[in-house]
Design a protein around this ligand. Sequence first.
Ligand SMILES: Cc1cc2nc3c(=O)[nH]c(=O)nc-3n(C[C@H](O)[C@H](O)[C@H](O)COP(=O)(O)OP(=O)(O)OC[C@H]3O[C@@H](n4cnc5c(N)ncnc54)[C@H](O)[C@@H]3O)c2cc1C
Length: 512
Amino acid sequence: MSPPPSTCDVLVIGGGNAGFSAALSAAQTNPRAHVVIIDKCPASWAGGNTYFTAGAFRTAHNGLADLLPLVNNTPPEKAAHIDMPIYSEKDFTHDLNRMTGGRTDPALAKVLVQDSREAIGWLAQNGVRFQLSFNRQAYEVNGRLKFWGGLALKTEDGGKGLVEDHLRAGQKHGVQVFVDTAATALLTNPHGAITGVEVLCRPHQKRTITTGAVILAAGGFEANPQLRAQYLGPGWDAAHVRGTPYNTGDVLQIAQRDVSAKAAGNWSGCHSVAWDADSPAHVGDRGLSNEFTKSGYPLGIMVNRDGERFVDEGSDMRNYTYAMIGRRILAQPGQVAFQLWDAKTTDWLRAEEYRAEVTRHLKGDSLEELAEACAEVGLVNKERFLATVEEYNKSVRPGKWDPAVKDGLSTHGLSIPKSNWALPIDKAPFLAVRVTSGITFTFGGLAVNPETAAVISETTGAEVPGLYCVGEMLGGIFHDNYPGGSGLTSGTVFGRRAGRAAAEDVGARDRL
Ligand SMILES: Cc1cc2nc3c(=O)[nH]c(=O)nc-3n(C[C@H](O)[C@H](O)[C@H](O)COP(=O)(O)OP(=O)(O)OC[C@H]3O[C@@H](n4cnc5c(N)ncnc54)[C@H](O)[C@@H]3O)c2cc1C
């Protein structure tokens, strides 16, 4: 692998969805610009967290007819069986506000929502293969495929397919990619404008890349246990990492150290899910990836190792609870919990998350047997476990169960309710799995100008000339919780804007 060039026009740090979106946008805005992406990971880890995703993109849309032209897996005979509500810009804005307790930055949220549909169309035009997400986002109820939770699109072959498509689009537009190249410092002139980046090429070669514009797209600090404990709080060093081990927060720190980049957003917050307790702790698995996710809790209940329920498993559709459920699990003794179901609901669990080849199934033909199986892997209080299930079963009222809507089938009289999809757990055989908290990405990042994603200086309050920031590194949009599929859309929306602005910087210099 040849080393990166000593000069280029636009340098993107980080080769995930946000970085590739920015690079493509820059190359399209100014076809004469030399656009380079560097990434510190080796080739075997290319694609960052993006590679690990399910490729789910949230966008405002006008219903099925609006999305059908984008997708390659829905012939007319299948489309005739689909129910998909319109997801308006108002709906998306409302979801961002309610997920974040009204703390999302309104200017950033507005750009994210308003650009979302156009950004997806742009990706599709550039060869990203979209599909309707039947397996994750629709349930078949009475012969109709009912989409739910405001999220309908994914990429073919998930994150792996998305990274392949980005690479192809980048190559077509002359974008060069160099792995094994870590950014270690940002260089500026006496006026504070970006002039270059110092890098360390594997194994030990320091180089300087001179450039007029830098786009930071190097992910958050989710793979750094020390920073997790420091910013997210005690216990977070024990969370399992869902994705790349290379998102260690170094570029966030470099930007703060070298250009006094202003911090923004929820530095104690992160996206974290229910995750297989048997998964590797410090690194995601590029083969199994999302198979470790365990988001079937709305169909059953969860108890901690003391046998107590600790969360309303049915407070909302999964897309609106799965990103904060990891925090609730992390707060339990031993950072573990058990998810359980009976024979009425096990068939509704998604094979991609629960198949026995990947997930350890704890089984019982009675609840006592199930408690015994759980006790073998860490359940401490079997008696409380059984009493909890009994209390829960007694609290459930009859009604019509429908997993594709908030069906209002709730418990009555429990201190921790289950607000929807509450069926008694009473039909053998029973199934449980053991979960822990899997961290996806961190919410804290850098402050930017929403129009261009230009980085703001803490010292001057002005933009750092020539510096942009996108993707997980951009702070201010997500707080506490997150509407599923918004991270990729954010990376593309702000990546496009940053790429355009960076290429225009270069164009302006050319004209001088
Ligand atoms: C298992 C999993 C599933 C997910 N599913 C979804 C989903 O379906 N939909 C969704 O919207 N979001 C999903 N997410 C969140 C999603 O990953 C992010 O929103 C998005 O991919 C982040 O893109 P990015 O470009 O900001 O970062 P990344 O894709 O992580 O890219 C950052 C890159 O920066 C590189 N880097 C780090 N430090 C340096 C340095 N010093 N120098 C050079 N390079 C550096 C890293 O090696 C990495 O390749 C998921 C995440 C995980 C882990």
